[in-house]
Design a protein around this ligand. Structure first.
Ligand SMILES: [Ca+2]
Length: 707
């Protein structure tokens, strides 16, 4: 093995930069570079892979939403460095493909449709072409979907009826990574056990915020003399860790779900597993995905260390302008708690730790504001370090790479890296003075973090970001506030967290309203292992009525258990109640509160009428009289999406006389929901929530039609 001097020349560093920018998903990283002779599919001349034509089929009924979309290409990754090739300047026509042809001579590995503002993406099909030949590619896109209906894969499934309904109105995209490109220079994969010089093998799982580290941790490690530092990242745009985990637990042989196990196996021994968590959506609440990945890697790499990468942003929907220092501190407090939760489940040495990206950026910001960072004006922290409202740029990525290096290697990066140009569009050159300041601040931040991080857990922080609810010992569940009878995509799953006081055998029954006379069952995973499918007897005669499944045996462990239900593909299916009991029928402690209020799928009110509906609530852990039931009007934005304006006949109950909706408390499990006609005609939607003493709740909603 060749050794490197501790300082690299600029010329030597540049190829490393190029490698760091290679799309470092496993598919490219681990297999040998395909060559034209070895694989006839890659024999196509590169110019045949130039995208100069994009075909777009808008979502049926919403052809206007494509106007303003950008067609873009990138060489570096699904979230980074995109250049715009063309803009869609016109609205589409319903049911008709749009043909966008443009001049382009460059081959891009990643091609995407970047949807216009307020469009929620909403394309039915996308085809990226060279002239009239469709380019082959692996789809990618922003994570998730509105209402659990249809993810980015629906823009590439060949069906004009299905479409990508993105999770957010703005900044959403879908595209392909070309599969017919020869792999770029793959990093050297060192066979297990032969890494030298204390070099680390670090695997990063996350989303664009992970991509924004740009692989600089490896560039810096190699510059420091760790020649066989090994780096791989697995990212899905916008994906939280639990989103990755949902892919990983399927144990697929090919495709997206196969990448995690492949990475764990082919990179073993892995020294550092770095998971980038979001705060608000379950990543930090539920340690199961964290320890799940940890277990997967530890089985093959006994010495692997688990890290949580704490980015500046930690919550989707918040831009850096929303995030002051207090908020970033609050986020890091949650990261620390998440690390502690994971640590509790898997006591390890060394312990689970946080890579304090946002914390180090606070130090950098303060230093810039003091004028202590050469070449950066006092007010330019955001302008110089961020590329948009959420993502750091290449310079910010370099700084975060220094922080990663300092944590992973437990060494100072000061003096390691010579000044170099960044591979950004402007080819920004980091001056020696700036470089020195960034290295020093990164190292000082990591050192002070080690002293201070436990104190952060007890700092007072803003309530809205504190997220204490998310990290307390009682796990939350995924609230389901959607309209009854939703057609769920197969990928949709419901997660429940069960605190079992004792290990043992239990029974699961599911009550559901089935709109199909021969429903497919619901796949059940307990603690990430499949346990079977719930089946419904005698439903042929009971279409659209409540059916109770046969009992499915479950063996719970003591403490936290996760139960996931994967719902049948494209079936209208309203899950009502989960019931977990001891074999003798008695309830398990700490389950969700139950109610039998499924009857309210619709409610019609005549003028002057008052409707009273009586129902029953119960809970294994909370006396029935203490179960809290509330009823409110649902936010209309949850029902009328971006394209459909709230209709004129929508009734705003908050403007109606008081006590239009009320819930009468009962000493036992009986509750009475009382709804008075508000005196105005219209429709609205009501949300009823049932919460127990442990803070666990379930909700249902119904349509209120006031005539
Ligand atoms: Ca489609």
């Amino acid at each position: 093995m060749k050794t490197h001097s501790s300082k690299l020349t600029l010329a030597a560093l540049l190829p490393l930069c190029a490698m760091a920018f290679a799309p470092l998903t496993l598919a490219e990283n681990a297999k040998p570079a395909t060559t034209q002779s070895a694989n006839p599919q890659t024999a196509a001349a590169p110019e045949r892979l130039v995208c100069n034509h994009v075909r777009i089929l808008p979502r049926e009924g919403f052809p206007q939403l494509v106007k303003g979309a950008l067609l873009q290409g990138s060489d570096t990754g699904p979230t980074t460095d995109f250049e715009t090739l063309a803009t869609v300047t016109e609205e589409g026509r319903d049911g008709q493909w749009m043909e966008i042809k443009f001049k382009n001579t460059k081959v891009y590995r990643f091609l995407r449709y970047y949807a216009p503002k307020d469009s929620w993406c909403n394309v039915a099909e996308l085809e990226f072409c060279h002239d009239d030949t469709k380019l082959r590619g692996q789809p990618f896109g922003t994570y998730g979907t509105r209402g659990g209906r249809s993810g980015y894969d629906k823009a590439f499934d060949g069906s004009p009826k299905t479409f990508f309904d993105a999770p957010l109105p703005d900044d959403q995209y879908a595209g392909i990574e070309l599969v017919d490109l020869p792999a770029v220079t793959p990093p050297e994969i060192i066979p297990g056990g032969s890494r030298t010089h204390g070099a680390h093998c670090h695997i990063h799982i996350g989303n664009s915020l992970t991509d924004n580290e740009y692989g600089y941790s490896q560039v810096i490690a190699k510059a420091a003399g760790f020649a066989d530092d090994t780096y791989c990242r697995v990212t899905i745009p916008g994906a939280p860790i639990h989103g990755h985990w949902n892919w990983a637990i399927r144990r697929e042989k090919t495709g997206l779900g196969a990448r995690y196990l492949e990475t764990a196996e082919k990179f073993a021994p892995v020294s550092d597993l770095i998971l980038q968590c979001f705060v608000s959506n379950g990543d930090t609440a539920n340690p199961t995905p964290l320890v799940g990945f940890y277990d997967m890697f530890k089985e093959r790499s006994p010495g692997v260390r688990l890290w949580i990468y704490g980015a500046w942003a930690g919550q989707t929907g918040l831009s850096h302008t929303d995030l002051g220092e207090n908020e970033v501190i609050a986020l890091h407090r949650v990261y620390v708690q998440a690390a502690m939760n994971a640590q509790k489940m898997r006591p390890t040495n060394p312990p689970v730790a946080v890579i304090p990206g946002g914390y180090a950026l606070i130090h950098l910001k303060r230093a810039i504001e003091k004028g202590a960072v050469p070449g950066i004006n006092k007010d330019d922290f955001f302008a110089k370090m961020f590329s948009d409202g959420l993502h750091i740029n290449a310079l910010g990525g370099y700084f975060i790479g220094l922080v990663h290096y300092a944590c992973i290697y437990d060494k100072s990066p000061v003096g390691v890296v010579v000044p170099m140009p960044l591979p950004d569009k402007a080819k920004t050159v980091i001056s020696p003075e700036l470089n020195k300041a960034l290295e020093e601040i990164a190292w000082e931040s990591v050192q002070s973090w080690r002293v201070e991080s436990d104190k952060w857990v007890s700092l007072p922080v803003p309530g809205e970001i504190d997220a204490a609810d998310y990290i307390c010992s009682i796990p939350p569940h995924k609230e389901r506030t959607s309209t009854p009878s939703v057609t769920w995509a197969h990928t949709e799953e419901l997660s429940y967290f069960i605190m079992a006081q004792d290990a043992g055998k239990f029974l699961l029954k599911v009550n559901a309203i089935l709109n199909d006379v021969s429903p497919k069952g619901t796949e059940v995973f307990l603690n990430d292992a499949p346990v079977g499918t719930v089946e419904y007897p005698d439903v042929a005669a009971k279409k659209e009525t409540l059916a109770e499944s046969k009992a499915l045996p479950l063996t719970l462990k003591k403490g936290l258990n996760t139960l996931r239900l994967f719902l049948p593909k494209n079936e209208s299916y309203f899950l009502d109640t989960l019931r977990i009991t001891h074999p003798d029928g008695s309830g398990i402690k700490q389950t969700l509160p139950f109610c039998d209020a499924h009857i309210y799928s619709n409610m019609d009110l005549e003028p002057g009428q008052t409707v009273e509906k009586t129902f029953h609530v119960s809970d294994a852990a909370t006396p029935a009289g203490q179960i809290k039931v509330t009823a409110i009007q649902l936010d209309p934005n949850q029902y009328f999406d971006g394209q459909i304006k709230v209709p004129a006949h929508y009734l705003d109950l908050t403007q109606c006389p008081a006590n239009t909706i009320s819930v009468e408390a009962g000493n036992d499990g009986t509750r009475k929901l009382i709804i008075k006609h508000p005196g105005t005609a219209g429709i609205s939607f009501v949300l009823v929530t049932i919460a127990n003493n442990a803070g666990l709740s379930r909700s249902f909603s119904f349509r209120l039609n006031c005539k």
